[in-house]
Design a protein around this ligand. Sequence first.
Ligand code: ADP
Ligand code: MG
Length: 476
Amino acid sequence: MVAFFKFILFRSSILSQQSFSSLSLNSDLLSNLESLGYHEMTEIQAQSLPVILDGKDIIAQGKTGSGKTATFGLGLLQKLDVKRFRVQTLILCPTRELADQVGKEIRRLARSIHNIKVLTLCGGMPFGPQIGSLEHGAHIIVGTPGRIEDHLRKGTLNLDNVETLVLDEADRMLDMGFQDAIDNIIEQAPKERQTLLFSATFPEQIESIAGRILTNPVTIKVESTHDDQMINQYFYKVSNHEDRMLALRLLLLHYQPESSVVFCNTKREVQEVNDELVNRGFGSIALHGDLEQKDRDQALIRFANKSATILVATDVATRGLDIDNLSAVFNFHIAHDQEVHVHRIGRTGRAGNKGLAFSFYNQKDANRIIALEDYLDRTISEDALPSESVLDMLPPQSTMITIRIEGGKKQKIRPGDIVGALTADSGITFEQIGKIQVSANWSYIAVQREVIKVAFKKLSEGKLKGRKFRVMVVRG
Ligand code: ADP
Ligand code: MG
């Protein structure tokens, strides 16, 4: 099996600093990259793009944030014929959030191509508008396997003209049980096509699906370990749930991280840990796959806009999401797999900042610790927890609070209107307003804690587009 793949292994140092202009990309794409501030290729781009532009299938493995989206995005855009108004590319992603992110990045990369249509098709959204959009036609479809399969079954989507098929975060899609859906989808795509598979890890399952859906793929792997220098890792030995909770509280109070993610192994544990933190007064929110879509969106929005300092989550829920550059990462349980461990902690210590990674383990994890020592090429010894005197401290509060408005793009609300309403007649300054997110039918606004009352009053008084909208403060 392995001989079937051609392995290319490079080290980061050799390929740093390569310009996009060394590729045979059309000039519109190139100049747009400059305007996006993409001056040099990332490692995975430098290694994959020449192969992709050569029309070959690839399996690429790279850590979160390595620039995988632009890797396949540029490859497929270069090949796309805008004049042929047919679905020429299908990109499969594990979750709606990821599909939305990929859709956005593809649109950014394609800014210089006129009349290109990128359509996102995900579950949790009504069918009607999707069918309408499909009738209007699209060049690129980004979606989740379940919903794409539904459209194929209904006959509302046709893959006969697909030339490029992308599987993004393939390992997650398999973890989430999408294997059959993926197989069904691929069966309806032409055999003659280019297939690009991206995965953060490389379990056996990936090898087997790759063997079925790729043709003579080139395998590309970029270094999966992070520079340990910027991440201070601590390991604590615990014996039960109470120990873990106490250790978590001690570390949160001692270090007071501005933003942290606590990784748990199960949805139930996420809920338990989050409830306990909330009861103790921490600004914590839970994120896992059993939450309703609205609550998941809201959790991510509140964490990203700094209305919550702690996100308790499963791996699946956080993978690939734009919640990097955390102050701290907690492994409530040591990860099952070393690569997962490295991925989790890789979200901290970014961009020159110092990161903190805290991992809790017990007697039964001895083998995992040994494997991790081997993988990280360091010894792991038990660290001492901060003194219990910190328990007298109050949990740190988030700097921001989120307000939700029951109105959005459909009601013609734009971020500028919200800023205008808030800053009108003084009271709130521009600096006191944080992230604003406007969706079709609702908007979220973060404002500094000190001005929440004033902000709420201003927005609910009907100063927005001269209308009254239902407004609420979103709390835990
Ligand atoms: P991955 O899918 O590998 O986790 P993404 O594709 O989401 O990574 O990219 C991570 C971030 O890096 C994004 O914000 C993207 O805009 C940015 N990025 C990608 N390629 C480049 C580049 N060549 N130069 C600068 N920024 C880049
Ligand atoms: Mg990605």
